[in-house]
Write a protein that binds this ligand. Structure first.
Ligand code: 5GP
Length: 359
């Protein structure tokens, strides 16, 4: 047994300090980033905020809206091949998700054969700490061409980040064990890692790896962002990409079980219309998801919760809030672009991040 006494931090433990800035206007701040990759010879340009590949948020509709802002979506893995062939035609913003079954590779092959599209791939498991997972990632890397960007996870510690990049052929390692808004891993298992420290330590490990051409390993912070401020803190901590589930859950673009209600138009007693009220949002390891996609496994705890999230309107509203927060944070910190946020970041430990606005 071992105890680490160095404190590990979450988004709520810190605030970013403002610094003198020469940035005249927030609109001058550049959020688009250009990445090259450790293994893939591809380049990627865009605003590096993903919609999560949950079956509610990782929808084609979400990918179409986010693409307008140069933001990518990890499409969920429950689409039929024919749906993917019909709708996935823009691999920069529509990433293809797989699990670690042989059937996932067969489906990927079928998709690539039928569509001719070579997608960027997200290999997604709850626990990225097994040798089988590293071997599977390596197998996928050998299977696809050099152009394919591979993101894989989740893990939360530096040695596994390096293992996945060096031996798994992964370009972007997804970071986050337990922070997700629909996740109960920490409650069921006691396992987890505060997300801000996970991002700081894992990005340091990934960025410390350079291939022969000087291209770095990268990380995507996945889970735990509840506000635009958390997204700012994730980038400031060193995340190259950030992935959002709960923040986008309940937006118009989500798929799933919607509840509707009748509302008056405010003018006529007799005129009522049906509007969206809430969406059933659940973790992808919840018993809800497990029974929907293949039955609850007795040996496996349900590590996801089910909740009803209120309708939030179009995803555009959430996106603009996040992008506005990022521009403003850059301006406060003295960064002229998203890329410089990490360099300019100074976190202060705090007792509370904000005051209760309701009093
Ligand atoms: P959020 O943005 O909602 O805080 O986190 C989204 C992330 O939570 C997803 O991208 C995924 O990594 C993680 N996640 C989704 N469903 C589950 C689940 O059922 N259990 C766990 N442990 N994590 C989940």
């Amino acid at each position: 047994m071992k105890i680490n006494y160095e404190p590990k931090l979450d988004f709520d433990d810190v605030l970013l300090a403002p610094h003198r800035s020469r940035t005249a206007s927030r609109s001058d701040i550049k959020l688009v980033r250009n990445f090259s990759f450790y293994h893939s010879d591809n380049v990627w340009e865009g605003v590096p905020v993903f919609a999560a590949n949950m079956d509610t948020t990782g929808s084609f509709a979400m990918s179409n809206t986010l693409a307008e802002y140069a933001m990518p979506t990890c499409l969920h893995k429950h689409y039929e091949v024919d749906d993917l062939v019909r709708e996935l035609y823009y691999p920069e913003t529509q990433w293809y998700s797989i699990g670690i079954k042989d059937a996932d590779i067969f489906k990927l092959n079928e998709f690539m054969d039928k569509s001719g599209v070579k997608p960027n791939i997200c290999i997604d498991v709850a626990n990225g700490y097994t040798d089988d997972f590293v071997d599977f990632c390596h197998r996928v890397r050998r299977h696809v061409n050099k152009h394919t960007i591979i993101m894989a996870g989740n893990v939360c510690t530096p040695e596994m980040v390096q293992e996945l990049i060096l031996h798994g052929g992964v370009d972007i390692v997804k970071i986050g064990i337990g922070p997700g808004s629909a996740c109960t891993t920490r409650l069921k298992t006691g396992v987890g890692f505060p997300q801000l420290s996970a991002i700081i330590e894992c990005s340091h490990a990934a960025h410390g790896l350079r291939n022969g051409d000087g291209r770095l390993g990268l990380v995507c912070a996945d889970g735990g962002c509840r506000t635009p401020a958390d997204v700012c803190k994730a980038f400031a901590a060193g995340a190259d990409f950030v992935m959002l589930g709960g923040m986008l859950a309940g937006t118009y673009e989500c798929e799933g079980d919607w509840q509707y209600e009748w509302v008056s138009d405010g003018k006529h007693d007799y005129y009522h219309k049906m509007v969206r009220k809430s969406l059933k949002f659940y973790g992808m390891s919840s018993s809800e998801a497990q029974s929907k996609y293949g039955g609850v496994k007795n040996y496996r705890a349900s590590e996801g919760r089910v909740k009803e999230v209120p309708y939030k309107g179009p995803a555009k509203d959430v996106i603009l809030d996040v992008l506005g927060g990022l521009r403003s944070a850059c301006a406060y910190m003295g960064a002229t672009k998203l890329k410089d946020m990490n360099k300019c970041a100074e976190f202060n430990l705090v007792n509370r991040t904000h005051f209760d606005q309701s009093v």
